[in-house]
Design a binder for this molecule. Structure first.
Ligand SMILES: *Cc1c(COP(=O)(O)O)cnc(C)c1O
Length: 392
């Protein structure tokens, strides 16, 4: 098995080997984590609404755990389909103003399973180059043609749609909010194109769910476009602070997916306690507007402060704020220096992002106060200056 060691050595040479490190929650200090014995401001997790430690969610999980036990025992189609699944799916559909919804174990399985179920040989999937890996894997599994368009380049997309106009089925798929860049998909234009070329539109709201929309429904709702989205994907692993995912859409779509999605059929149902926790989180996401409002103002302050300091910061208005660094080694050094200064900011490297665009991806949470973020900004500037990352 020498070849494996050779491959690993190559990764090490390129400052691109991955390591697992322990992180622990910091119970007394929301928005912080403990790594290597140090308390760090957590600017690396996707706990956007600060719900991961919410007492109501924990209570719902514990109470159901006592009654229902730890595991569900089987796939939903065997004996794993506890009544809480149905209640949650009705609540999700109503929140999304959709006819129906279907819960999945996680976003990775939802994306890969749904795409593979919808598309097949002779079909074409049009996918933004920056889409999440689970979308890419779904496209590969489906055996459909995979037409990737340059990030947010809709002229390129239109050229591909034109080229493939006579294909059987067409699916345009995009992240609503791009996970490593924090910018938005051009959803208005995507709706126009899907109509013009008679394609389906699938939108993955993994990072925008909970954060955008009057009741946290997502970016498509915020823009009034949700009725034009055929397949809506959301996750419970980010703003909801738990684990799991769902699809919403019309009745036919949901009935079809129920019969065709392999990760749904051939995998054990989620533990009932988790579903009870998700139910509680859904209520909090819809009603605790202050979390979204606070997150908007802190994210904006954080982004502009770093931009004005002279960092090359990604665009947008989301809680995802990347500082572009370029090479892997420098990004790693940046991340290490941040940690020494009390901040968790993780270096994101290829293949998660294109080669030469390594970055520190910060994510703000509504658990963070303005003061905590202001202090962090001072430290980030200091570290960035030492590494020569400030342009002015
Ligand atoms: C995180 C993420 C997923 C995967 O969701 P999990 O529930 O963590 O498996 C899917 N799509 C996007 C855009 C994501 O960022």
């Amino acid at each position: 098995m020498n070849w494996m060691e050779n491959e690993l050595e190559k990764l090490t040479q390129a400052s691109n080997q991955r390591h697992l490190r322990d992180s622990a929650t910091s119970p007394e200090r929301p928005g912080h984590i403990v790594r290597g014995g140090n308390n760090l401001l957590d600017l690396a997790s996707n706990n956007y609404l600060g719900l991961a430690g919410h007492p109501d969610i924990i209570q719902a999980i514990c109470e159901t755990l006592q009654v229902e036990g730890a595991g569900s025992g089987a796939s939903r189609f065997v004996t794993g389909n506890r009544s809480v699944y149905g209640r949650l799916e009705v609540a999700l559909a109503s929140w999304q103003q959709a006819e129906a919804s279907l819960v999945f174990a996680n976003g990775y399985m939802a994306n890969s399973g749904v795409i593979a179920a919808l598309m097949g040989r002779g079909d074409v999937i049009f996918s933004d180059q920056y889409n999440h890996a689970s979308i890419v894997d779904g496209a590969l599994l489906s055996r459909a043609e995979h037409a990737r368009y340059r990030h947010n380049d809709l002229e390129h997309l239109e050229a591909l749609l034109h080229k493939h106009r006579d294909k059987r089925r067409k699916l345009i798929v995009t992240d609503a909010l791009f996970s490593m860049d924090g910018d938005r998909a051009r959803l208005h234009e995507l709706v126009k194109l899907k109509r013009r070329y008679d394609a389906m539109l699938m939108v993955d709201e993994a990072h925008s769910g909970g954060v955008y929309g009057e009741k946290g429904e997502g970016l498509c709702h915020e823009l009034g476009l949700h009725r034009h989205v055929d397949v809506h994907i959301g996750t419970f692993s980010k703003a909801f602070g738990i684990y799991g995912a769902y699809v919403s859409g019309n009745n036919v779509l949901i009935r079809y997916l129920m019969n065709k999605v392999r990760p749904l059929i051939y995998s054990t149902a989620l533990p009932p306690s988790l579903l009870a926790g998700i139910m509680t989180a859904l209520h909090l996401v819809q009603t605790e507007h202050w979390r979204r409002n606070h997150l908007r103002s802190t994210s904006e302050m954080f982004r502009y402060a770093l931009m004005n300091a002279g960092f090359h910061v990604g665009e947008g208005d989301s809680p995802i704020v990347p500082i572009m660094v370029g090479d892997n080694e420098r990004a790693l050094r940046f991340s290490e220096a941040l940690e020494a200064a009390g901040i968790a900011g993780i270096a994101i490297r290829p293949p998660t992002v294109p080669v030469g665009t390594a970055r520190i991806r910060f994510s703000v949470s509504s658990a963070h106060t303005f003061d905590e973020l202001r202090q962090a900004i001072v430290l980030i500037k200091k570290v960035g200056d030492q590494l020569g990352l400030l342009t002015s």
